[in-house]
Design a protein around this ligand. Sequence first.
Ligand SMILES: [Zn+2]
Ligand SMILES: [Zn+2]
Length: 170
Amino acid sequence: MARHASRARRHVRLFRLRFRSLDKLSWIADDLFRNDRSRDSMLTGGCYCRAIRYEIHSTPFGTTLCHCATCRKVSAAPAVAWFSVSKDGLRWIQGTPKTFESSPGVLRAFCGQCGTPLAYANAESPDVVDVSTCSLDEPGEVPPATHTWIKYRLTWDRTADGLPEYAEAG
Ligand SMILES: [Zn+2]
Ligand SMILES: [Zn+2]
């Protein structure tokens, strides 16, 4: 009997320990939940026609305005703003982008329906993907910090060149 009793006490102790760890777990869960809610400010984006949508779940880095000739041609724009995220940080949540190899080892993703350039992956950096800043719903939140490939910059593509500026169509 004594043995059973001590076993029972041990069980109670174990139960309490478990309960306490469960309590701890619920705190951790609360923390996770809070973190989850803080993702309300997560970046979202997609193509013009909304066939393709994505979410960004990690911190952008390497924000840049790229003046390379390939970005210019595939986007038909003088320069293209990009930011980088870890590969796991980009989640396609609607539709599947089309891809093509713009140069050896480089895949570019775009909407097969409306053509919006969306992402860039280089085999030399397999853990990183670049996302076109202006495919974001709020591109103003991720301003470029640098200009890259300026040796290809168009001569007429100048900032602060004195030309009139219009908020909307001039
Ligand atoms: Zn589209
Ligand atoms: Zn480029």
